[in-house]
Design a protein around this ligand. Structure first.
Ligand SMILES: NC(=O)c1ccc[n+]([C@@H]2O[C@H](COP(=O)([O-])OP(=O)(O)OC[C@H]3O[C@@H](n4cnc5c(N)ncnc54)[C@H](O)[C@@H]3O)[C@@H](O)[C@H]2O)c1
Length: 186
């Protein structure tokens, strides 16, 4: 029996959430190997991943999720079977000062990761490459796609989208693209 760990691509793994998630995943699930692609913007910090550095199931790749050729190479090289997509420009205030990079990374970057996964895993709409049926794409959204709350109240997944900042609009756009891939390609 082949006990080789299954490779998962984690995007933005040097950020706040990803750098906590990666050591947790590596420790809890020895059946997975992690390939972490991160551009190391001001928000990324490899110091937070020291405990993963020497793990032979962990690889770090400094790169941009908008780089299609690099992503294709990683899918082929590591035979990626799952994606957990954290990478984003994530600070609302920055999106007000400089929205451009939010559209680049959050919209175009999400599309690129998603489309490379589709190309690698699928033969056509609803048809997986044989052996790739269990591959999954996990996209991380934000509650801010639902707009702003007052002092009280809460959102649910049925709340209509109402993004109010370039950040939340870029995340809402990414959500729509992911949803369209789910419905179009499965
Ligand atoms: N932190 C929160 O409170 C919160 C709440 C809701 C949703 N989210 C979402 O969760 C995800 C992770 O959030 P976080 O707080 O860890 O973000 P973060 O800003 O701390 O980290 C983002 C990471 O993505 C990397 N990155 C940015 N652009 C990139 C690119 N083009 N290519 C490759 N890597 C790139 C950065 O270097 C950084 O390491 C994001 O999608 C965010 O929208 C976060």
């Amino acid at each position: 029996m082949d006990n080789k760990p299954v490779s998962i691509l984690i995007t933005g793994g040097a950020g706040f959430i990803g750098s906590n998630f990666i050591p947790y995943l590596l420790e809890k699930y020895p059946c997975y190997a992690v390939v972490n692609i991160d551009k190391i913007t001001y928000a990324g910090n490899l110091d937070n991943l020291r405990e993963a550095e020497n793990n032979n199931r962990y690889r770090f790749i400094k790169g941009d999720i908008c780089n299609r050729e690099l992503l294709k190479l990683l899918f082929n090289e590591y035979d990626i079977r799952g994606v957990i997509h954290f990478a984003a420009e994530s600070h609302v205030d920055n999106s007000i000062i400089g929205p451009d990079v939010f559209i680049q990374t959050n919209v175009y970057g999400t599309f690129t990761v998603l489309d490379v996964a589709r190309e690698y895993w699928m033969q056509g709409p609803g048809r997986y490459r044989p052996g790739y049926e269990k591959c999954r794409f996990h996209h991380i959204s934000t509650d801010e796609v639902y707009g702003s709350l007052g002092e009280t109240g809460f959102f649910s997944e049925d709340t209509p989208y109402a993004p109010n900042s370039p950040y939340s609009a870029s995340k809402a756009s990414a959500d729509m693209i992911v949803k369209s891939y789910y419905h179009t390609y499965g």
